[in-house]
Design a protein around this ligand. Structure first.
Ligand code: GRF
Length: 190
């Protein structure tokens, strides 16, 4: 039986879509059973169009970060995932959420961690002037953008790069790296 994958998103959803394609092509021994977001976004629309169940757990609809966080955790627990993937999810996960999915929660970050952690990994690398940056898939721990690294790949910074251009090339790599990381996480489970 295919493993169950839940994906957390906040934005354009290109990595979620790449993962859905890889699952459909049997390159990953799993299927996305739920896509959850903290805000209305393109990623939710893409998931809906593909027939993947979606959950909008809108941050602004809750009175406190704790209430929102519990609701998100409950929504993800309810779909009984073997693997939870944070792919462009733009909110910090609570310690309780991280504890609930310990060892089966991974995050995709657009830099070579531990360099350029935080919300602007691409911009910060460009502004620092590094010649090489990249992307990282890692297991999530309490500290943001921290935790054992599963896969990393470098991307060269070009002389005329903008944040957008560089991020697009990083995403091209991520669309291959994230499914590979999921395959590694799930292999042996089926
Ligand atoms: C990716 O670059 C990921 O590394 C970062 O957010 C971006 C999400 O892009 N955390 P998308 O929504 O998958 O297109």
């Amino acid at each position: 039986m295919a493993s169950r994958i839940a994906v957390l998103v906040s934005g354009s959803g290109s990595n979620m879509e790449a993962l859905a394609d890889a699952c459909a092509a049997n390159e990953v021994p799993g299927e996305i059973v739920m896509v959850a977001s903290d805000r209305p976004c393109r990623a939710l629309e893409i998931a809906g169009d593909r027939g993947i169940p979606t959950q909008l757990v809108e941050f602004s609809a809750f009175g406190s970060r704790d209430e929102w966080s519990h609701a998100l955790r409950d929504a993800v627990v309810a779909c009984e995932p073997d693997l939870v993937v944070s792919a462009g999810f733009m909110r910090i996960l609570s310690p309780a959420f991280v504890d609930t999915f310990e060892g089966r929660l991974i995050n995709l970050h657009p830099s070579l961690l531990p360099s350029f952690a935080g919300a602007h990994g691409v911009r910060d690398a460009l502004e620092f002037g590094v010649k090489v940056t990249g992307t990282t898939v890692h297991l999530v721990e309490h500290q943001v953008d921290h935790g054992p690294i599963l896969l990393q790949e470098a991307v060269a910074v070009l002389p005329d790069d903008t944040e957008e251009k560089l991020h697009e090339r990083i995403k091209d790599v991520e669309h291959r790296l994230l499914p590979e990381a999921c395959r590694i996480m799930l292999q042996g489970r089926t």
